[in-house]
Design a protein around this ligand. Structure first.
Ligand SMILES: C[S@@+](CC[C@H](N)C(=O)[O-])C[C@H]1O[C@@H](n2cnc3c(N)ncnc32)[C@H](O)[C@@H]1O
Length: 282
């Protein structure tokens, strides 16, 4: 297919795309928590700007096999399918609850190409591999988008599982890496609420990636980032599944600098069952 250009997408207003009768609405909190996906209209928890940045980063490549970690209301799976018409798309979600409109969409528009694996923790590498084996077999993955826990340890766990499975030139996207550094009072004064306060900042993964590009450049070809996401490009070098990232990092025998968790937590401004996300200021 032709690679989609952002400005030529079927926009129906600044925050809404309509693909052949299926709408995808870009929503930010608190609207994101309040609106649910229904048949023919799906909610995606990102901004049009994030989509523009993703398309720019893919640079004309159309991913054929995609993993979407953190399905939430289903809009990201629908968007990825409508944009790229991949051969196979796998959604991974810790919440085991069904979203009936999404399940119907995947059957009706999928023709067997689209799978949603529910009740899977992104850190459970065994289950992640099993779901990938079932969806892709041995075929390499072209694009992974991790918009799930945003916790360092879990995000690193699925990265070590999935990054080795990428095709050469494949792209691994980690969204919202900067939550510990966002200036909003919810993040600075309230420490992001209980979901994030005692967690290690995800920016530590950016530190890891910087050192992995230095330590194993054949496998970690390039790391780029903007305010909302990290983009890691897979090189051709061999990399074992579930590799140990710390064995590939070198700092002349010195400890690697780390961002620390905060020391306490106040009540979150916005909370949804699975996660707390970018609460606005009070
Ligand atoms: C920010 S939302 C995802 C939004 C979605 N990608 C979109 O663009 O509309 C985060 C989702 O990740 C899920 N999640 C949180 N922790 C997870 C984990 N450890 N493993 C898998 N999914 C997780 C949450 O249940 C929630 O549905």
């Amino acid at each position: 297919m032709t690679f989609p250009e952002f400005d030529r997408l079927p926009w129906d207003g600044p925050d809404r795309l309509v693909f052949d009768g299926v709408a995808v609405e870009f929503c930010a909190p608190p609207l994101l928590y309040e609106r649910d996906s229904v048949d023919g209209r799906f909610i995606v928890g990102r901004t049009p700007g994030m989509l523009r940045a993703l398309l720019r980063e893919l640079g004309g490549r159309t991913p054929a096999r995609i993993v979407d970690i953190g399905v939430y209301k289903g809009g990201s799976m629908v968007l990825l399918n409508e944009l790229f018409r991949p051969e196979a798309l796998l959604g991974l979600e810790i919440n085991a609850a069904d979203i009936a409109p999404l399940t119907r969409y995947l059957v009706e528009r999928g023709g067997g190409r689209l799978r949603w694996a529910r009740g899977i923790d992104q850190a459970d590498r065994k289950s992640v591999h099993l779901a990938c084996d079932r969806t892709f077999g041995d075929a390499p993955i072209d694009l992974v988008i991790d918009d799930a826990s945003h916790w360092y340890a879990k995000t690193l766990a699925s990265f070590t599982a999935l990054f080795p499975r990428l095709a050469t030139g494949g792209c691994y996207v980690i969204e919202d890496w900067a939550w510990a550094h966002w200036p909003d009072p919810h993040w600075q004064r309230d420490f992001g609420g209980p979901h994030f306060a005692d967690r290690s900042p995800l920016s530590n993964l950016l530190v890891d990636l910087m050192l992995l590009v230095a330590g194993a450049p054949s496998a970690f070809e390039r790391v780029a980032f903007d305010a909302v996401a990290i983009y890691v490009t897979r090189g051709a070098g061999e990399l074992a599944r579930d590799f140990d990232p710390f064995a590939l990092q070198h700092n002349r025998g010195q400890p690697i600098p780390r961002f620390a968790p905060s020391s306490g937590a106040r009540a979150p401004v916005h909370e949804s069952p699975g996660f707390v996300f970018r609460g606005g200021g009070r």
